[in-house]
Design a binder for this molecule. Structure first.
Ligand code: ANZ
Ligand code: ZN
Length: 840
């Protein structure tokens, strides 16, 4: 393929499509399962096919592509696949709003977005593309669900759920915002439904311990997971109800509470149970006001985060309990809105002085606030509106007085255990994973319900259970439920009339194993163990921090569950994780307050009206604020490489990147500068440029290894500057190195220049350059070594050596040891890269 050697400008329109075609034709980025090379798996979180690619995707996939291309050039067999997280609500919303079928909507979005990704020239193995909404994916998911069922990791239980009365679906706690459905905005209700659960809590310990092995994960993500799993040590103990005048039938004689602060037991001033607690139910049977109160609590929001912010409300049952450490003390029993039924035992003792929720509650219901923990000398300091949760020793606590919090905890636990009223326990914040969704566009749960036989798994030979296509969305609710025929089947066990489960699986199930299917996709099984073992764990996973908890935890659980049932060897799915920042942009508003798109604004003026525009904050690109920039439009204007380059420049990858016209134009100019550079070849040796080239190799390689893309970009600018400054032309070795380093970031331009220089193969197939240590010596500095200000010696060390390194080297010098008479200096003054002065 000869390249015209003369055009003055890089023609990205021709080059982009030409090289994309060349890569496809040669299968350049196909991963070979049988390759003898070391294997590595680079993955970006697969997109939801919402309609169009946005800049956030471009940034995410560009980063992954750079890593994948570098690893390939470094001689590894790289798996870098792409697919579609294709089930979920938006498709059903589109169906409801616009009457399109969710399948048609999804598949046409996939087609459009695939085209967009291909225009960016990502080195992806498209032969492994998958979409979770196709039976050849979700059918295997159904098989895995049945495997987990067989292994006892799936169960069904009646459970209270957050019910969105408009979307007619169950919401996860995190989908409830201020007591309202995150999408519909409807006030969320509590309902009891039979739901399927996965036993993620069986793996709580493993999931927590496993975090310590994930050294290539951001600390913040590990911490978020740790908090989500929420292991706490505490005491579970029994409160005996005190004798009371009015006899309520069916009243239990005691109830259990859970506390993480048994040390504060003498600071208790009340006990409280959740609205759904059996004690509350029993009392409500003969107390209509309480029954009314409970109904009100159920109607209000139930997400944990929200309960934190709600006003504390309680109802005094009139009952009281006996204090376990002093039978002469009594505590009143409330039903309270801030006590959750599904945490601990659904009941607490309240210690207002040392728990903010309890304090708010105590102030409202005028309960005492005795302090029992205080820093030294503050035993009598009153608690005002802030509970004291800091360190200190126990006060006003009889046998505990003077103990530290930890000692007092142990003392109370020991006492409870010896006296038999409580036990030390570990409890977890993590709940089992409820996977039932009352939606159409998801994986059908492969279960058949029979009056006689109960819940019967669909026989494996009948998988996949395929979603019916003929469904309607004209009324809210689940179309599978009201489909005339789909759900009516014969029971696999007794052949009697039975109905299919009409709930579908949470879409997080789809994304919990897609990376396994990428690694191996036989027709007859979800994946092949030997094949998956070759690729997993993913070496580098890249995605948004919004998935730091749920997706990553579920994928980790699924991997462990698969490991547990012997389907693969890995126990963690993602060895390395990187969470990239968002792409942001200025926002604009017209004189009359409308949001304006960037394209509607020019020179501070709204193009259509000529009115001045107010420039708002720089925010995450979003459709609602109209501050998005369409990747396609930018590729049309500047070409794929300039867009890719800009996505990597300017900001560290974990930070937000502000899209700007100036930024993309700068990238565009750089493309043209590179094009010009390749015109200036020469055969004359140039030692300075050669050194620059090798230094750049060392730096860019190290930067990319650490995912410091912006630094690698800056090095390449430096490298290009150096080349331009040189009066003579560029020696072939220098320009070759430059183009190779550029390839992962600007692959089309690099290929075009490579061909222009007369090479016949692809630069993508070239080996990554290796720095020659002899040419890196520029990086050494000579340091003067003084003792008491007098020069004793000089040493040559790498530039930028740390104080510790320098000190160690200097102290080992014979001349220095002699000058110090073998003693240690009193002080060492280090002027980095210049001198060291030892004061004896
Ligand atoms: C008494 C106490 C005194 C508490 C004190 C805290 C501070 P973490 O750490 O998040 O696990 N609690 C227990 N079960 C609850 C439930 N079902 N709903 C609401 N709150 C509940 O939280 C454990 C603490 O949260 C427990 O320790 C209990 O209050 C409360 F100075 O017991 B504590
Ligand atoms: Zn049956």
């Amino acid at each position: 393929m000869p390249v015209d050697a003369t055009p003055a400008k890089f023609d990205f329109r021709a080059a982009d499509s030409r090289w994309q075609a060349a890569w496809t034709e040669r299968g350049t980025f196909r991963a070979d399962d049988a390759s003898p090379k070391p294997k590595t798996y680079i993955l970006e979180m697969f997109p939801y096919p919402s309609g169009r690619i946005h800049m956030g995707h471009v940034r995410n996939y560009t980063m992954g592509d750079v890593i994948a291309r570098v690893r390939r050039m470094q001689g590894m067999e790289v798996l870098h696949p792409m697919g579609w997280d294709a089930f979920g609500m938006p498709a059903e919303n589109a169906a409801m709003e616009r009457g399109v079928h969710p399948g048609d909507w999804t598949r046409s979005n996939i087609k459009a977005m695939r085209g967009q990704l291909q225009r960016l020239g990502f080195g992806l193995d498209w032969s492994r593309e998958l979409a979770t909404c196709e039976p050849d994916y979700y059918g295997h998911e159904q098989a895995l669900f049945l495997d987990l069922l067989d292994a006892g990791l799936v169960y069904r239980k009646l459970s209270a759920v957050n019910w969105d009365p408009i979307d007619m679906t169950v919401l996860a706690n995190e989908q409830v915002v201020d007591g309202k459905g995150w999408r519909s905005g409807a006030v969320v209700e509590r309902r009891k439904l039979s739901q399927w659960f996965l036993r993620i809590t069986d793996f709580a310990d493993e999931l927590l311990d496993g975090l310590t092995t994930l050294s290539e994960w951001p600390d913040k993500v590990r911490l978020m997971q740790e908090n989500w799993i929420g292991k706490s040590q505490g005491l579970r103990f029994t409160f005996q109800l005190a004798e009371s005048g009015n006899v309520i039938s069916d009243l239990p004689s005691s109830f259990d509470v859970f506390t993480t602060r048994p040390d504060t037991l003498f600071g208790a001033s009340f006990a409280a149970v959740a609205a759904d607690h059996p004690l509350a139910t029993a009392c409500a049977a003969s107390d209509p006001d309480l029954a009314q109160f409970i109904t009100e609590l159920r109607a209000s929001g139930t997400a944990a985060a929200e309960i934190e912010t709600q006003e504390k409300r309680g109802y005094d049952t009139g009952l009281s309990v006996v204090h376990p450490l002093d039978p002469s003390l009594r505590l009143p029993v409330f039903v309270a809105n801030f006590v959750l039924m599904d945490y601990g035992t659904g009941a607490i003792f309240g210690c207002p002085a040392h728990d903010q929720r309890d304090l708010d509650f105590a102030r409202k219901y005028m309960l005492p606030v005795p302090r029992v923990v205080a820093p030294a000398g503050e035993a009598e300091a009153p608690i005002v509106d802030e509970a004291y949760t800091g360190p200190g020793v126990l006060v006003h606590s009889r046998f505990l007085d003077g103990m530290t919090i930890d000692d007092a905890k142990r003392a109370v636990i020991t006492k409870a255990e010896t006296e038999g009223w409580g036990t030390g326990t570990t409890i977890w914040r993590l709940r089992d994973w409820g996977v039932s969704r009352q939606r159409y566009w998801g994986t059908p749960i492969p279960i058949i319900h029979c009056e006689a036989c109960g819940a019967v798994p669909v026989p494996r030979e009948q998988l996949p259970v395929v979603l019916p296509e003929d469904v309607t969305f004209d009324v809210p609710g689940n179309p599978l439920d009201r489909h005339p025929t789909w759900k009516h089947v014969a029971c696999p066990t007794c052949a009697g009339p039975a109905v299919r489960e009409t709930d579908t699986l949470d879409t997080f199930v789809n994304s919990s194993w897609y990376f396994m299917r990428f690694a191996s996709a036989p027709a007859s099984a979800p994946f092949d163990r030997a094949m998956v073992d070759q690729w997993l764990p993913v070496a580098q996973y890249i995605g948004g921090v919004e998935h730091a908890i749920l997706h990553l935890l579920y994928a980790r659980f699924w991997t462990r569950a698969m490991h547990h049932i012997g389907r693969l060897s890995a126990s963690e799915p993602f060895a390395g994780l990187f969470t990239q920042g968002m792409v942001t942009h200025e926002t604009y508003r017209s004189a009359d307050g409308r949001w304006l798109e960037p394209g509607e604004v020019g020179g501070g003026i709204e193009r259509a009206t000529g009115e001045p525009v107010s420039v708002g904050r720089v925010e995450k690109m979003s459709k609602s604020k109209k501050n998005t920039v369409d990747p396609d439009a930018m590729i049309d204007r500047y070409g794929a490489d300039a867009v890719r380059w800009f996505m990597l420049s300017d900001s560290p990858p974990e930070r937000d990147l502000a899209w700007s016209e100036a930024g993309i134009e700068g990238a565009w100019r750089f493309v043209q500068r590179v094009w010009k550079l390749t015109e200036r070849t020469s055969t004359a040796p140039n030692d300075g440029l050669l050194r620059l080239a090798h230094r750049s190799v060392a730096q860019v390689t190290a930067d990319l290894d650490r995912l410091h893309f912006n630094k690698a970009v800056a090095r390449l600018y430096e490298f290009a500057n150096g080349c331009e400054k040189s009066k003579a032309g560029l020696p072939p070795e220098v320009i070759d190195i430059f183009l190779k380093l550029l390839t992962p970031m600007m692959p089309h331009l690099a290929e075009q220049c490579w061909a222009r220089l007369g090479h016949t193969g692809l630069i993508a197939d070239e080996a990554w350059p290796v720095a020659d240590p002899l040419l890196l010596e520029d990086d050494a500095v000579t340091i003067a070594v003084q003792v008491n200000g007098k020069l004793k010696d000089t040493i040559v060390i790498p530039k930028g050596s740390s104080r510790e390194e320098v000190e160690a080297l200097v102290l080992a010098l014979e001349k220095v040891q002699r000058a110090l008479n073998g003693g240690a200096p009193r002080k060492i003054i280090v002027v980095p890269d210049r001198l060291v002065n030892l004061v004896a």
